[in-house]
Design a protein around this ligand. Structure first.
Ligand SMILES: Nc1nc2c(c(=O)[nH]1)N[C@H]1C(S)=C(S)[C@@H](COP(=O)(O)O)O[C@H]1N2
Ligand SMILES: [Mo]
Length: 315
């Protein structure tokens, strides 16, 4: 690996925002704890070196969202439903030790400790657009490797058709687990061919550093052509199944959130249009909206997975 293949966080940050961050951190010492949690950046996290991905479509040329925005405007309902809640509350999440149990319809079920997962395959940087079902989007340089690498190791049986991803649900460290918003643990699912697609990422970091807790540390998936909620955070279990698994949002409101949840500007959410989106960090005086693209702009890479399917029906 060449030093030039490694992208440090600094390239994503203009000098002014770095200085602003440093000033906020310095001021923090004088502020009451509550205010500190809201304004200080999550601190310098450990570097996670990665080479640039060569997977087709993996390096969006869109300008990355500022780290400050990507790490403070989050959905992670285990820590509250407000966008600012995860950055404020997720510090209680304990990410070491951590293990991911991989089982179900596989030849070689195994529990992978985080250290082993980190070494399973070389780390790559993937700059993905992430489109939330709520109508906003971000561009985040993730660090990880294709989930397909892990799938290979456990050798799925012929009967395996789907994967279920289960997030941690620990009421002691996740204050809103137990709230009535969702059925806990948070669970998501993919069809096996979707999970094996090289763009489906097992992510451990972002912006060249380990994941902040509010973004799903220590390990999450990122599925860039699907609405953000498909990308489960803080995963502790992956199960291979024959039947389509239930998912947290589908159980909460089946008419609003289907199993597939591919980004699709022509299929509206029952309560709002999905035709446009607001890119976080771009708003200001004018609420600039961008046109949402089919499969979030990844149609060339993933369109064939859905050939012949009625996407109005399988939303
Ligand atoms: N366990 C868990 N995973 C989750 C969520 C959640 O509430 N709990 N929110 C989802 C939603 S709605 C989005 S848009 C993305 C946001 O990821 P980010 O905060 O890293 O941008 O995480 C997804 N993964
Ligand atoms: Mo979302």
């Amino acid at each position: 690996m060449h030093a030039s293949d490694i992208t440090p966080r600094a390239v994503y940050e203009d000098r002014r925002s770095l200085l602003r961050g440093a000033a906020a951190a310095g001021l923090g010492a004088l502020m009451p704890a509550g205010l500190l949690a809201q304004s200080a950046r999550p601190g310098v996290l450990a570097a996670l070196e990665a080479r640039k991905s060569t997977v087709p479509g993996a390096l969006s040329v869109d300008k990355p969202t500022r780290y400050q925005d990507a790490s403070t405007y989050n959905n992670f309902y285990e820590f509250g439903t407000d966008k600012a809640d995860p950055a404020r509350n997720a510090h209680t999440l304990k990410t070491t030790p951590w293990a991911v149990e991989v089982g179900g319809l596989v030849k070689k079920p195994a529990t992978f400790g985080l250290e082993d997962l980190l070494k399973l395959s070389p780390m790559e940087e993937r700059v993905y657009r992430l489109r939330c079902v709520e109508g906003w989007s971000m561009v985040i340089p993730w660090v990880g490797y294709s989930l397909a690498e892990l799938i290979k190791r456990v050798e799925p049986l012929g009967s395996a058709k789907y994967l279920e991803f289960v997030s941690l649900a620990d009421p002691k460290t996740m204050p809103f687990v137990g709230s009535r918003t969702l059925d806990w643990p948070y669970a998501e699912g993919l069809r096996l061919d979707e999970a094996r697609h090289p763009l489906t990422l097992l992510a451990f970091g972002m912006y060249g550093e380990i994941l902040p807790k509010q973004n799903g540390a220590p390990v999450r998936i990122v599925v860039p052509w699907k609405y953000g909620f498909k990308s489960a955070k803080s995963i502790v279990k992956i199960r291979f199944t024959e039947n389509q698994p239930g998912t947290a949002w589908n159980k909460a409101a089946a008419n609003e959130y289907g199993f597939y949840s591919n980004v699709n500007p022509s299929v509206d959410h029952p309560r709002w249009s999905q035709a446009t989106e607001r890119r976080i960090g771009e708003d200001g005086l004018f609420d600039k909206r961008r046109k949402t693209l089919m499969f979030n702009g990844y149609e060339a890479e993933v369109g064939q997975l859905y050939a012949g399917m009625d996407l109005q029906k399988f939303y």
